[in-house]
Design a protein around this ligand. Structure first.
Ligand code: HEC
Length: 177
C-alpha cells in the first residue's frame, strides 16, 4: 500500500513538472513589457490606471479586448486619441468641474475616479452632489506623462498582445508607426 502511494506521488510529480516544461518560455520582450507596464521608472506607469494579470488599478478599461482586436499601430492611436469613451466631464453641486470615470454605484454613493489629479483619486460622492455627467470630456490619455520611449512602448504593446492573445510576436518600433 505504502509503495503504491509512493508510485502515485512520483507519477503526479512527473506529470506536473512535465506540464510546467510544456509552457513556452516568455520572450525577453514580454518580460520587459510586463516590467515597464508595472513600473515606468520615469513617470506614471500604465498599471497606475490599468489592471492586467491582476496587477494595477482598474481606473481605465480592461485592455485585453482591444489588444486582441487591433494591431500595435491602432493601439498607439487609441492611446493618443483625444476622444474619450469612458471618461466623463463631471460637475458637482459646489461648482467644481473635472474629468472622471465612474467605478461603482451603491445605494447612496457613487464612486468616481478623479482624473484631474495623478495618480487618480477615488471619490465617494452622494447622488445629490453630482449635478451633471457629460460624455464629452477634454481629458487626454497621458502617454507623454508616462515618459516611455518608442522601444519601451513597443515592449509594452508586445506584452499586452501576449496577455490578450497568448501569442508572443516581437513588436518593433516600426509596427507602432
Ligand atoms: C492616468 C491614468 C492612465 C494611465 C497612466 C494610463 N492610462 Fe490608458 N486609459 C486611461 C483611461 C481613463 C482610459 C479610457 C479613456 C476613454 O474614456 O476612452 C484609457 C484608455 C486606454 C486605451 C484604450 C482602451 C479602450 O478600450 O478604449 C489603451 C490601449 C490604453 N489606455 C493603454 C495604456 C497604456 C499602454 C498605458 C501605459 C503606457 C496607459 N494606458 C496608461 C487611463 C490611463
Amino acid at each position: 500500500m505504502k509503495r503504491l502511494l509512493g508510485f502515485a506521488i512520483l507519477f503526479l510529480l512527473c506529470r506536473t513538472s512535465a506540464a510546467a516544461a510544456d509552457l513556452p518560455e516568455l520572450t525577453a520582450q514580454v518580460k520587459q513589457g510586463r516590467q515597464l507596464f508595472r513600473q515606468s521608472g520615469k513617470g506614471l506607469a500604465c498599471a497606475t490606471c490599468h489592471a492586467v494579470e491582476g496587477y494595477g488599478n482598474a481606473v481605465g478599461p480592461d485592455l485585453r479586448r482591444l489588444a486582441a482586436a487591433i494591431d500595435p499601430h491602432g493601439l498607439v492611436m487609441t492611446i493618443q486619441m483625444s476622444m474619450t469613451a469612458y471618461v466623463h466631464e463631471l460637475k458637482l453641486s459646489n461648482g467644481r468641474a473635472f474629468p472622471g470615470i465612474q467605478r461603482a454605484k451603491e445605494d447612496n454613493l457613487v464612486e468616481i475616479w478623479d482624473l484631474s489629479v495623478l495618480p487618480p483619486k477615488l471619490l465617494k460622492l452622494k447622488h445629490a452632489q453630482i449635478v451633471s455627467m457629460k460624455s464629452n470630456s477634454a481629458w487626454q490619455h497621458p502617454p507623454a506623462l508616462t515618459g516611455y520611449s518608442p522601444q519601451e512602448l513597443a515592449d509594452i504593446i508586445g506584452y499586452l498582445k501576449f496577455v490578450a492573445t497568448g501569442i508572443e510576436k516581437e513588436v518593433t518600433t516600426d509596427d507602432l508607426r
